[in-house]
Design a protein around this ligand. Sequence first.
Ligand code: PNS
Length: 159
Amino acid sequence: NRIALYPGSFDPPTRGHTDLARRSLVLADKVIVAVARTSTTEPLFTVEDRLAMLQAAIGDDPRIHYQSFEGLLVEFARRSGATLIVRGLRAVSDFEYEFQMAMMNRHLLPRLETVFLVPPEDATYLSSSLVREIARHGGDVSEFVHPVVADALHRRFSG
Ligand code: PNS
């Protein structure tokens, strides 16, 4: 069975993320959506909140699993038996960081390949940080995120 990891911060998950998680099923029998516990910036939502939002937004599919991980992604891949990492590539600006990370991850665990999927056309400009920014200033994010995520953002910023 081919296992793929779809790792990220998902703070919060966007429509781009949910699309990619579902799309990655063409590459693997099981996809683990993996929320990183370690982050360089202070997250808006807890890891548990993000996992619940991902599950609500992506929906129930027995082939998609939801987990968090601490430390190196390659170690989580080793523990979970994953042979693929799936990442989204939106624009040229993503490329440098993604390329560097893919090369380093493969160096650390040679049997691990990174594959890139492109998001839907209308989500190429979408990012969690922009969604957070719009929501923080009271803007409407309903077309960018699942209603569960829009509600969570509204509750977070309306108080
Ligand atoms: O959604 P993001 O923030 O772009 O995701 C980045 C993430 C979480 C995939 C990346 O930072 C990561 O893998 N973190 C775990 C630590 C690690 O293994 N870093 C990469 C070393 S090459």
